[in-house]
Design a protein around this ligand. Structure first.
Ligand code: AMP
Length: 145
């Protein structure tokens, strides 16, 4: 089995994201693999579900997309993930990461894991969901809480 060729790093902007980025940076350097970074936005329900609730602005999703793109670019620069391509996509977090990995011939997904217990664990986590559906290896980076 050869070294990894294409690593996909999935990021949110929560505390601990630096640890996950650090691992991806190290692994990218050791393997020489191409590195891509993805952040996923869940689709927004535009119509107010209850009477009397104000509607969201028409361009709300566009604004969210733009601000997520700005944040992701800043994160990639700040974490020194040199040469990485990055993208913000809209969809289900789990399935968008999986689809992206399939389409882009990714051979390693790097994702953070909070090592939850009890009810939180029963409800599942993104890392767990991705691990069970991934078409390739998955590295769950332990985030110190
Ligand atoms: P969570 O299960 O929400 O604690 O997230 C665990 C890990 O899943 C994070 O550290 C990220 O690597 C990844 N993740 C969570 N939300 C997103 C998202 N919206 N886009 C991309 N990756 C995410």
């Amino acid at each position: 089995m050869g070294a990894y060729q294409h690593i996909l790093l999935a990021v949110d902007f929560m505390p601990g994201v630096e640890q996950v980025c650090g691992r991806a940076r190290e692994l990218g350097k050791c393997t020489g693999a191409r590195l891509s970074v993805i952040h996923v936005i869940e689709p927004v329900i535009m119509a107010p579900p209850y009477e009397g609730m104000p509607s969201l602005p028409v361009d709300f999703e566009q604004q969210m997309l733009k601000s997520a793109q700005d944040s992701l670019k800043q994160l990639v620069d700040k974490e020194g993930i040199e040469g990485a391509s990055w993208s913000v996509e809209v969809g289900s977090v789990k399935w968008t990461i999986i689809e992206h990995a399939r389409e882009q011939d990714v051979d390693l997904i790097i994702i953070g894991s909070h090592g939850r217990h009890g009810l939180e664990r029963l409800l599942g986590s993104t890392a767990n969901a991705v691990l069970h559906a991934a078409p390739c290896d998955v590295l769950a980076v332990h985030i110190d809480n």
